[in-house]
Write a protein that binds this ligand. Structure first.
Ligand SMILES: *Cc1c(COP(=O)(O)O)cnc(C)c1O
Length: 617
């Protein structure tokens, strides 16, 4: 069975399979395995988050290029600008890379809270746009005034009338000539679709209704702020799987824009279409999530706004986007070692064949040894029949436990082999067989910490082994994370099967990679069972095309994790020390030894240490 794990569906040309490994399709095309080995040689165990700034750059380049192309194609007069919404990923190793790779674009940041605003104020180059969305109090609006007076190009997006009143109040208190620019978020009756569609539509948490918009306009005019009012904004939800809801929203927003202009909003010159540009996470054709391309998206946006401007006889507005997922998702790859396979005993070496075996066992063994593509179907059916008979014989007391074990192992091996040999098994039979031989892989990561949307929304993330891709994987796999929660399981699905290799992880390390984890997952991640953010590293490429590992941040150690929960580290320290010293079970040399061990463990992170590979020599 040829398996590329759908890399041609979700990979976007970022990765290639070369020899037997997954390689970065960039520079000297290093394999993920090389990079991981390099980090692990430095002593870092557990899951690893790799960040690739060149993939952030690729997304930003693509976004700007497509919009510039569409503008040219439709002879569009307004400009195209973009900001990155910080809520999608606020981690410094991401944000610093983002700023670094986007220098040529005047690319800005969007903030939705005070803390995010501080990131934006300290990381956006002066002049690049900052937009501030979400609910705001007086302090947050004051921060916007401070930013404006530092020289930042900052826009407050008004989400409700109260915020506008606060802006007026703060303006009077600050009494400075420079005032932030103003945008209004409009509440559309169109809404997105899919699991993230709650941001648009009448029931949305955000935005002004038509009535409120008219009131806001009057208030803005009365307080002499019309020259600040330059943008209208909407956002119909994340991961838009289809383009139609956006088109509807654009028509609605475009007409609201034109109406406000006609009313006298003379400085109004931009439409901010929010985010929502989707990413293809599917590994199978039948579960594809996105039905449009970026080319189509850019064309539709530019064309529709142009048409409305023409009909309403107004200038073509600047177009703003706040795409987050599209920019960030592909930049990080989570790599996690497999710790154990739970049915490893179904291996040839576990057989306990006797001098003289029951005839059906001998027959199974012969089938296993001579199965090939010509006889596979017949042998498979024979094996399944024999198993039924052998289990009955066991129940009746005619064969012993060793015979039964031999039967299970041999049938398991025969099924696996025939799935590989037979390319035309009927789906229903395949399903039955897969369920019989499912293998559970214990993986050293936390789904709660690293794939939060899988846990919360059943969002699928592409996953595959990073090695052994020259051999066919034979095991239908269910993944277990190391939390002791049954929700931390990615179960085998008949319709979208994940096959992994049959490996002995005590001899040979086996790593799984989870892709497209760069958007939302990191900050949504929970410390369930106190597993924290994995060790991360930025992978850059030098002039020669060699990869360089930079800015490595190790996963928090145990004592820091506890301190973060507000445990007093001195108390923990004293208690542990005291309990060892006061123990009457051990002598003083042993006490020292235990203390030494204890401190070592406390200084390490809480992920499991991979089972050490046996040295070959
Ligand atoms: C979340 C959000 C975005 C980003 O959405 P993506 O789907 O990640 O592109 C943009 N704008 C606003 C207002 C948001 O709330």
């Amino acid at each position: 069975m040829e398996k590329n794990y759908g890399i041609d569906i979700w990979g976007d040309g970022n990765f290639i399979i070369k020899n037997s490994t997954v390689n970065i399709n960039y520079a000297k095309r290093p394999s993920l395995l090389e990079i991981v080995s390099n980090v692990r040689e430095r002593g870092y165990k557990g899951p690893l988050l790799l960040r690739f700034p060149h993939l952030i750059k690729k997304q930003i380049d693509t976004l700007y290029n497509e919009f510039h192309r569409a503008k040219k194609e439709f002879d569009y007069k307004g400009s195209f600008q973009a900001v990155f919404p910080l809520k999608v990923n606020q981690f410094p190793n991401f944000v610093n890379s983002l700023i670094e790779v986007s220098k040529e674009y005047n690319y800005g940041l969007e903030a939705g809270s005070k803390a995010e605003l501080i990131i934006a104020m300290t990381h956006t180059p002066l002049g690049a746009p900052i937009t501030v969305n979400g609910f705001k109090d007086k302090e947050m609006i004051s921060l916007c005034f401070i930013a404006a007076n530092m020289g930042h190009n900052i826009t407050i997006t008004i989400e409700g009338l109260g915020e506008l009143e606060t802006i007026i109040e703060v303006k009077q208190e600050f009494n400075m000539t420079v005032v932030p620019k103003i945008g209004v978020r409009i509440r559309l009756h169109s809404s997105g679709i899919g699991i993230w569609a709650k941001s648009g539509g009448y029931s949305s948490k955000f935005g002004l209704t038509s009535t409120e918009l008219l009131e806001a306009y009057d208030l803005i005019k009365k307080h002499n702020l019309l020259k600040q009012l330059w943008m209208i904004h909407f956002h119909i939800g994340s991961q838009m799987s289809q383009i139609n809801p956006l088109k509807k929203a654009l028509r609605e927003a475009g007409n609201i824009y034109a109406e406000l202009k006609k009313r006298g909003a003379f400085a109004l010159s931009a439409i901010n279409i929010g985010g929502g540009l989707a990413i293809e996470y599917a590994q199978h054709q039948q579960t594809k999530e996105v039905n449009y391309t970026l080319v189509e998206f850019a064309n539709d946006v530019v064309f529709l706004i142009k048409e409305i401007a023409k009909n309403k006889k107004i200038d073509e507005p600047d177009i703003f986007t706040e795409s987050g997922r599209f920019i960030a998702a592909s930049h990080s790859v989570l790599i996690a070692p497999v710790l154990e396979l739970f049915s490893q005993d179904y291996q040839e070496k576990s057989l306990r064949l006797k001098e003289k075996n029951p005839p059906l066992i001998a027959e199974l063994y012969a089938l296993w040894n001579s199965i090939n593509c010509n006889n596979a179907r017949e042998y498979l059916h024979d094996a399944l029949d024999h198993m039924e008979s052998l289990l009955t014989l066991f129940d009746l007391g005619y064969i012993d436990l060793e015979d039964r074990s031999n039967c299970e192992i041999l049938v398991n091996l025969i099924i696996k082999k025939s799935i590989v040999l037979l390319s035309d098994i009927a789906p229903s039979e395949l399903q039955r067989l897969q369920n019989k031989i499912q293998e559970r892989y214990l993986v050293n990561f936390s789904a709660f910490q690293s794939l939060a949307d899988f846990w919360g929304l059943k969002q699928h993330f592409p996953m595959m082994p990073i090695d052994k891709l020259n051999t066919s994987p034979t095991n239908p796999a269910t993944l277990w994370d190391i939390t002791c929660d049954s929700d931390g399981e990615i179960s085998f699905e008949d319709k979208t099967p994940l096959y992994l290799h049959n490996v002995d992880v005590t001899k040979d390390e086996y790593f799984l990679a989870f892709f497209l984890t760069g958007a939302y997952q990191e900050v949504l991640g929970m410390k369930h069972n106190l597993f924290t953010h994995p060790t991360e590293v930025v992978v850059n490429f030098d002039k020669n095309g060699d990869f360089q590992l930079e800015k490595l941040i190790e996963s928090q150690n145990i004592i820091d994790v506890l301190e973060d929960l507000d445990y007093d580290r001195n108390y923990l320290d004293k208690r542990l020390k005291h309990q060892i010293e006061a123990s009457s079970l051990i002598n003083s040399t042993q006490k020292e030894e235990l203390l030494g061990k204890l401190y070592l463990y406390l200084s390490e992170n809480s992920y499991l240490k991979t089972i050490q590979a046996h040295n070959e020599n």
